[in-house]
Structures are given as structure tokens and as C-alpha cells.
Ligand binder design. Structure first.
Ligand code: SAM
Ligand code: GLN
Length: 282
């Protein structure tokens, strides 16, 4: 393996663990320059045209500054689909794919296809768009407080050819005005405590939107209280709420949902064995 791959790898290796530097070099070559992994392995990933070399230089410098590669490339993969992303929205995470898989598996198992779905805090729209693609007869709505996020989410829905109702709303202050009897409410709200910042990477802290991630240390469940209350009021009978959670608060979040009258609260672990999502029912 050599040429452009080696060039990228050598330039970014001082900034990343070896495996990550290799994965980044591969992703850049495949996504931006259209090389296949086989071509890269055979050293057929060069020479690039002059203009592409300039582009590559900018990409390498961005990676050296620890910008998330998804922002540099303008796209991220989620559940096998490409989503436009930019600094105004969170980069979709693999644990959120697991949350969406849970919703899809449940709905398929129960033969539900034409449900009303709401995604709270839609960001790039990755959850809403994936569900709308999996269930073409579902009526999907998505809300976010951020106008920047909604703009990107709209473009992602359009690119996927799905008709999603987007709304700019603050779930903490304004849960009314959208009172459909939802069959499914799903949310990956901000849940990282301020005190957890110490262990986090520069590429998250310096580049991703803080309002998408952080909650105050003295009220880590603020979004779950608002979402739980809203769900208890607006879910159809038998309708389900699915949320991604901070692994440190599985018990507390479950108890909170029970106290709000939601039933059959189920805590589920992610692929790393951490308490990561909850399903409950009205
Ligand atoms: N759903 C996307 C995903 O899973 O990748 C984004 C999740 S991100 C963790 C949380 C999202 O909630 C952000 O897009 C943020 O703008 C939005 N958000 C933050 N505060 C909000 C509020 N008060 N009301 C509605 N949305 C909010
Ligand atoms: N899983 C994300 C992270 O660790 C956090 C997502 C969220 O706050 N909902 O960066």
C-alpha cells in the first residue's frame, strides 16, 4: 500500500492512534476521491490531479486540526445511508443506529407500517429519515430547536425522497401545538453532563454543537422529564417512546418514566454493554 494513502497516513499519524489514522485515510480516499479499497491496497490510488491535490491538502490540514472527518467531507453514514452534515448538527453516532434498529424491529414484528412518528431533537434528521425510508406509509414529523439543524434535516429528507413534517420547537418550554396521537415518539436528546467534558476528544468539544450534547450537572434528566411528560400526554394508547440515554442514568431515567405513568419500561444495552436506550409504553 503506498502513494496517496501513505501520504495522508504519514501526515495525520502524529495526531491519531494508528488504526484511526488508517481508517481516516481510507475514508477520505474512498468518499472524496472515489478509490476502492482494492485500488488503495494495490497502490493504484495516485496520482491525483493538481486540483485534487489542493483539496487533499485542505482535508489533511482539517484532520490535523482534529475537525471531525464527517464535517470535512460534508457527510456521514447512518444505517447504510449518507447524510449531509455540517458544524450546526451532531454527527450521527453508531449507538443511535441501534436505537433506530430497535424501533424498526418492533414495528416490523407487530406488522405496523402506517404509524404516526415523531422524532424530537432531529439534528441531521438521521432518525426521522431512516424511519421514513423503512416505513414508506408512516407519517413522520421531526422537531428541533435549531434552525440550522432543520435546514440540513430538510435537505436530507429531500435527498432520500421522503416527505417529513419539520417543526422548529423547544421541547423544554413549548410541548404543545403538535398534539397528534403519536404511535411512536423517538428521541436522542442532549444527555452528556458538563462534568463529562474532561474525558472527551477535541474533535467533539471544539467542533460539535454544545447545545446538541450537554446538560447541566445539576439536572441531567431535564430532557427526559420534558419528553416523558409530552409522551405521556400525546402517545396513542399502546404507543411507544424510545430514547437514547446517558449510560450513567439508566435506573433514574426508568424510574422517571414510570413516575410519569409510562408502562413496561425496558432498559437496553448498546453493543459495548452500556445501558444506552429505553423503551416504554402508554
Ligand atoms: N437526532 C440526531 C442524532 O441522533 O444524531 C441529533 C441528536 S443531538 C444529541 C440532540 C438534538 O436536540 C440537537 O439537534 C439539538 O439541536 C436538539 N435540541 C437541543 N435542545 C433542544 C430543545 N430544547 N428542543 C428541541 N430540540 C433540542
Ligand atoms: N453519544 C454522544 C456522545 O457521546 C452523545 C449524544 C447525546 O448527547 N445525545 O458524544
Amino acid at each position: 500500500m503506498d502513494q496517496t494513502f501513505t501520504y495522508i497516513f504519514t501526515r495525520i499519524a502524529p495526531y491519531y492512534p494508528e488504526g484511526e489514522a488508517r481508517a481516516l485515510a481510507r475514508l477520505v480516499l474512498e468518499t472524496r476521491f472515489g478509490f476502492t479499497w482494492v485500488e488503495i491496497c494495490m497502490g493504484k490510488d495516485a496520482p491525483l490531479l493538481l486540483e485534487q491535490r489542493r483539496e487533499l491538502e485542505n482535508i489533511v490540514e482539517g484532520l490535523q486540526r482534529k475537525e471531525p472527518v464527517q464535517y470535512i467531507l460534508g457527510e456521514a453514514e447512518f444505517c447504510g445511508r449518507r447524510f449531509e452534515v455540517a458544524p450546526g448538527v451532531l454527527v450521527p453516532r453508531p449507538e443511535t443506529e441501534e436505537l433506530v434498529d430497535w424501533v424498526i424491529d418492533d414495528c416490523k414484528a407487530h406488522g405496523v407500517e402506517d404509524m404516526h412518528v415523531l422524532d424530537i431533537g432531529t439534528g441531521s434528521g438521521c432518525i426521522a429519515v431512516t424511519l421514513a425510508c423503512a416505513f414508506p406509509h408512516a407519517r413522520v414529523s421531526a422537531m428541533d430547536v435549531s434552525a440550522d439543524a432543520l435546514q440540513i434535516a430538510r435537505r436530507n429528507a429531500l435527498a432520500a425522497g421522503r416527505d417529513i413534517a419539520f417543526l422548529q420547537k423547544d421541547i423544554l418550554v413549548e410541548a404543545g401545538g403538535l398534539d397528534v396521537a403519536w404511535d411512536v415518539i423517538v428521541s436522542n436528546p442532549p444527555y452528556v453532563c458538563e462534568c463529562e467534558k474532561r474525558g472527551m476528544d477535541t474533535n467533539v468539544l471544539a467542533y460539535e454543537p454544545a447545545e446538541a450534547l450537554f446538560v447541566p450537572d445539576d439536572d441531567p434528566l431535564r430532557f427526559y422529564r420534558a419528553i416523558g411528560k409530552y409522551a405521556a400526554r400525546t402517545l396513542a394508547d399502546g404507543g411507544k417512546l424510545y430514547v437514547e440515554i446517558n449510560r450513567a442514568f439508566g435506573e433514574e431515567t426508568s424510574v422517571l418514566f414510570e413516575s410519569l405513568g409510562l408502562r413496561r419500561v425496558t432498559l437496553k444495552k448498546d453493543a459495548y454493554g452500556n445501558n444506552r436506550m429505553i423503551r416504554c409504553e402508554k
